[in-house]
Design a protein around this ligand. Structure first.
Ligand code: NAD
Ligand code: LMR
Length: 343
């Protein structure tokens, strides 16, 4: 049965931290877009975290009921709801980590970039509120197209003079979660052991799973590499088509986001063994100021970028990396230009 000390097993590296004073390491987390398809199950998973003391739920509509509902779970965190522009400052003040899944999802036939016109403005407004009210918080951007919305947030924070590239993340955890699942199924491996780094960005061919870096070490035939890579790249579309107009991935996304939140909080809490893939500011690839790669997380956000993942790529991976560069560059520039034009 669920009880207050229940610790969810989210991802392979989740474990309860052994703290002498639990009060000293309790974190405040805000979810912006908390009443949505991702926001609701994400709120539930974060409510189950023993690292969280306060859970602030913000949306433009329908958030009161979600908060009332979640607040009855007998886990430690205090849940509060905030609605509309007038309450966002109170929602964000003093928060350690902000997760942003606000915005519209895809329908069949759409690309993630088709969401730009609506979601770019939403992310810009929310990033401004974060800059004004909790400039030191870690920020996880989920809203699509991540390849553009994350650069928009970076630009907004720069304009406000509070940009810390170590603390701003485009969430690509779902690509890793999918890669791990599909590889484990294909190669009949124990899921908990499998770890596939995914680099690049979060749309179509910009999603590049480095299957040659799979742990435990495993050999793939050429056709397996092709099939697995294409399936991982199209997994979002697989869900959009299965939902048939009802939206995109919400439950697996909430799971993936909760894993990234938990990893980030463990790192803030002093755990020195936390690694995740994320779309971050990067100097790894010339001409691509943002690039997803595996990073070591620490008390101040990104502590190190694991550049070794990109050394000694297979021919297939090298070609795929070359192929993704123009699209990723264009998406980044589109986001930056939007934020600069609006200023
Ligand atoms: P949804 O429509 O179910 O929920 C979105 C929520 O955002 C709604 O509750 C809505 O009221 C709220 N919202 C809209 N404008 C807002 C604003 N200005 N401030 C606060 N809240 C606002 O959509 P969803 O299925 O939860 O998806 C949300 C976003 O996440 C989409 O853009 C989707 O493409 C993206 N997504 C990203 C990934 C990823 O891997 N990064 C995975 C899945 C979905
Ligand atoms: C995903 O990968 O599932 C998300 O980016 C949502 C989408 O539109 O595919």
């Amino acid at each position: 049965a669920l009880h207050a000390s229940f610790t969810p097993k989210i991802g392979p590296k989740i474990r309860p931290s052994n703290r002498l004073n639990p009060q000293a390491s309790a974190f405040k987390v805000a979810v912006l877009g908390a009443a949505g398809g991702i926001g609701q199950p994400l709120g539930l998973l974060i409510k189950m975290s023993p690292l969280v003391s306060h859970l602030h739920l913000y949306d433009v509509a329908n958030v009161k009921g979600v908060a009332a509902d979640l607040s009855h779970c007998n886990t430690p965190s205090l849940v509060r709801d905030f609605s509309g522009q007038s309450e966002i400052a109170d929602c964000l003040r003093g928060v350690d980590l902000v997760v942003i899944p606000a915005g519209v999802p895809r329908k069949p036939g759409m690309t993630r970039d088709d969401l730009f016109n609506i979601n770019a403005g939403i992310v810009k407004t929310l990033a401004e509120a974060v800059a004004d009210n909790c400039p030191d918080a870690l920020i996880h951007i989920i809203s699509n197209p991540v390849n553009s919305t994350m650069p928009i947030a970076a630009e907004v924070l720069k304009q406000k003079g509070v940009y810390d590239p170590k603390k701003l993340f485009g969430v690509t955890t779902l690509d890793v979660v999918r890669a791990n699942t599909f590889v484990a199924q294909r190669k009949n491996l124990k899921l908990i052991d499998v770890d596939v780094p995914v680099v690049g960005g979060h749309a179509g061919i910009t999603i590049l799973p480095l299957l040659s870096r799979t742990r435990p070490s495993v050999t793939f035939a050429d056709h397996e590499i092709e099939q697995l890579t294409v399936r991982i790249q199209n997994a979002g579309t697989e869900v959009v088509e299965a939902k048939d107009g009802g939206g995109s991935a919400t439950l697996s996304m909430a799971y993936a986001s909760a894993r990234f939140v938990e990893s980030s909080l463990r790192a803030l809490d002093g755990d020195e063994d936390v690694y995740e893939c994320s779309f971050i500011q990067s100097e790894l690839i010339p001409d691509l100021p943002f690039f997803a790669s595996r990073v070591k997380l620490g008390r101040k956000g990104v502590e190190a970028v694991i550049s070794a993942d990109l050394q000694g790529l297979t021919e297939y991976e090298s070609k795929a990396l070359e192929a993704l560069k123009p699209e990723l560059k264009a998406s980044i520039e589109k986001g930056v230009a939007f934020a600069q034009k609006q200023n």
